[in-house]
Design a protein around this ligand. Structure first.
Ligand SMILES: Nc1ncnc2c1ncn2[C@@H]1O[C@H](COP(=O)(O)OP(=O)(O)OP(=O)(O)O)[C@@H](O)[C@H]1O
Ligand SMILES: [Mg+2]
Length: 453
């Protein structure tokens, strides 16, 4: 497809010169000497790029730009400014212009800027196309570690059923994305996905949020309100932070799961719904059941299928892929960041990621914003991250006085497990915490190295 460039400049000879330059590049060019007419051409002709003069009588460039961005938010606009109006040019960039060029300019320079802008916008639309294709398929689950592959497989399998799913994992590991992916891969995808954060509301409010209420059910219930279960009919309800539910609400939920019906607060009609329930928690809910803090019968109803999302530090293979994906996601403006250098990547791979994927995403977003070249370097990463990585390194050097003859990794691991057990006075849970692994991983490894625990 031949790119079509719309030129808006009040000076006729300028329009003419720009048109000629564009045609030399084999683009189509259309011109207009007024903002109003230019906007009309934008609607009628669907250009791929706009060259817009900043100083024009009647409607000036900034105003025209605002209208253009309302009609067509993604179209690349290059501002043409007179020397000395850089401040206005910056304002134009904030309003969504992609770039600017100052008069008098060299035609080759202009051609270069236009070429890059076209390439950039092509890339942006390609990225957003790929992203939407991908999210149609699996939500946005990214990863190629064995652990995440198993999760994706499980998602595909449960999507075809109506079984209740319990998703566990630390904060930021992707519990909500996983729930959404199940919904989108299921036949329920054309109906609603309704998330409810069970920890965010006090008991009474949560009850009327989930089940709705009749008009006059309590003070303040001025109108009938449909609950989230009704909204999610034929779709999926996502009960986030389920472990924080009060005993009373646990009992109510159990009934919905068993009977598939409920009443609105203050109501007598029994409502039947067809809802797939997906619940999530970052707590050790199994432990809570054992301690009597969560109903066992409800737990078994919820836990028909269990998906556990491992923390990022246990699937470091995914960091590379995730980081590059987030770069594409946040890439924008005139400094398109396209990669990470190996030192910075090494830092990312060594960090322990207490906030998991959400933390990685935030750190990359920040790096893309402050990076002024095309590659993220260590200095674009937060100081805390750099500090923690080097502190961890010192810890290791402290424990392992590297012997001349070398040492096997397995020996080191065995040493570390012994030290952790010693420090925790053989308390397995504490030792596992010190090592940043699960208790079952500790038991498995101890057996592997013949350590009695
Ligand atoms: N596998 C993944 N691929 C790409 N992005 C992901 C993946 N997992 C999580 N994310 C992103 O990380 C962020 C956190 O994910 P999500 O909100 O699903 O986590 P969570 O487990 O629900 O966290 P919390 O317990 O804090 O609510 C989101 O922005 C999400 O898009
Ligand atoms: Mg969440």
């Amino acid at each position: 497809m031949i790119p079509k460039v719309l030129i808006i400049d009040d000076e006729e000879h300028m329009c003419w010169a720009l048109k000629r330059a564009m045609e030399q590049e084999n683009y189509q060019a259309i011109t207009s000497t007024s903002g109003k007419e230019g906007i009309k051409l934008l609607k009628d002709k669907g250009p791929s790029l706009v060259l817009l003069d900043l100083k024009m009588p009647e409607m000036d460039g900034l105003e025209v730009l605002k209208v253009i961005k309302e009609i067509h938010p993604k179209i690349p606009v290059i501002m043409i400014t007179a020397h000395g109006t850089i401040e206005t040019a910056i304002e134009a960039m904030k309003l969504g212009a992609l770039d600017y060029i100052t008069k008098p300019f060299d035609l080759d320079e202009l051609k270069m800027v236009v070429k890059q802008a076209l390439k950039y916008s092509e890339l942006v639309s390609e990225v957003s196309f790929l992203r939407s294709e991908l999210s149609k398929k699996y939500g946005t689950i990214i990863g190629e570690s064995q652990a995440i592959k198993e999760v994706i497989l499980l998602i595909e399998r449960v999507a075809t059923t109506n079984a209740t799913v319990l998703i566990t994992g630390e904060s930021g590991t992707g519990k909500e994305v996983t729930a959404l992916a199940i919904h989108q891969a299921s036949e329920r995808k054309d109906y609603q996905f309704v998330p409810v954060n069970c920890a965010a509301l006090p008991e009474q409010l949560l009850e009327s949020e989930l089940f709705g209420h009749e008009k006059g059910a309590f003070t303040g219930a001025v109108a009938l309100k449909r609950g989230r279960f009704e909204l999610a009919d034929k779709g999926t309800i996502f009960l986030d932070e389920i472990a924080e539910m009060s005993p009373k609400m646990q009992a109510k939920l159990l009934r919905v799961l068993q009977e598939k019906n409920f009443e609105r607060v203050g109501g007598t009609d029994t409502l039947n719904v067809n809802v797939r329930v997906v619940a999530a928690t970052n707590r050790n809910i199994h432990e809570m059941v054992k301690n009597g803090e969560f109903r066992e019968d409800l737990y078994y109803r919820l836990n028909v299928i269990h998906i556990h999302l491992p923390p990022l530090r246990e699937r470091k293979e995914d960091i590379h892929l995730l980081a590059n994906n987030f770069i594409k996601k946040y890439m924008m403006g005139t400094y398109p960041v396209t990669g990470i250098n190996s030192d910075a990547m090494e830092l990312l791979e060594k960090y322990s990621w207490p906030g998991n994927i959400r933390e990685l995403q935030n750190i990359i977003e920040r790096a893309v914003i402050i990076c002024r070249g095309d590659t993220i370097m260590p200095e674009h990463l937060p100081k805390e991250l750099q500090r923690q990585v080097s502190a961890d390194k010192n810890v290791l050097e402290g424990i392992v006085n590297f012997p001349e003859e070398g040492v096997s990794l397995e020996q080191v691991e065995r040493e570390l497990i012994l030290k952790a057990l010693e420090k925790s006075e053989s308390n397995q849970t504490k030792a596992a915490q010190l090592l940043g692994i699960t208790r079952s991983a500790l038991i498995y490894r101890s057996q592997k190295y013949n350590i009695n625990i």
